[in-house]
Design a protein. Structure first.
Length: 186
């Protein structure tokens, strides 16, 4: 039996995870709803994933024209796939040669490893590791902003790499000096 093909759903190729917030929901600004979120760094050389994303964005635009934007494509449409070389060149070298997009969800995504075992330890999936994501694209019309958003479905970790934003020191390294216990109140 053939499965229904959703034109706005994409399973990415191998991407790098950044701004990983997938184990606990949080609001990024006061008054916002709490969400799970992740930034996906997509290598520009992964033409197949980029093609699938562009096709899904086009499908979401068609859906938006018929359902959200009164029958026409808005001139100032916000699109989710952005060029790291253009938008983040001055900020971070990890964006070089990458496209990026932000995906979020009100519900916790499924999180598995390469063998399809559930990952429960938040330290296992971090900014800098590699994996795949199941995402969907949808049109929005909110507070005068019109565009295509990205929903986060599931995450699969494929491998480790350096932590983005610098390696975190261990507690043992931070407190490696000889501490003299002197009473500060004496």
């Amino acid at each position: 039996m053939a499965a229904y093909a959703n034109p706005t759903k994409v399973i990415t190729g191998k991407v790098r995870f950044s701004y990983v917030n997938i184990f606990r929901s949080r609001a990024f600004q006061s008054g916002q709803d709490e969400k799970y979120s992740i930034c996906l760094l997509i290598p520009k050389k992964d033409k197949e994933t980029v093609r699938k994303i562009q096709a899904a964005v086009e499908a979401a635009i068609k859906q938006g024209i018929s359902e959200k934007w009164n029958g026409k494509k808005p001139a100032n449409l916000k699109l989710p796939l952005r060029d790291g070389d253009d938008e983040r060149a001055d900020e971070a070298e990890e964006y070089a040669g990458m496209y990026f997009l932000n995906a979020n969800s009100n519900e916790k995504p499924g999180i598995i490893d390469i063998y399809k075992n559930e990952i429960l330890d938040p330290s296992e999936v971090y900014s800098g590791c590699w994996g795949r994501a199941s995402i969907n694209f949808y049109p929005f019309n909110s507070n005068g902003n019109k565009g295509v958003g990205v929903g986060l479905n599931n995450i699969q970790k494929l491998g480790d790499d350096e932590h983005l934003g610098g390696a975190r020191a261990s507690a043992e390294d931070d407190f490696d000096d000889d501490f003299e216990d002197e009473d500060p109140l004496a």
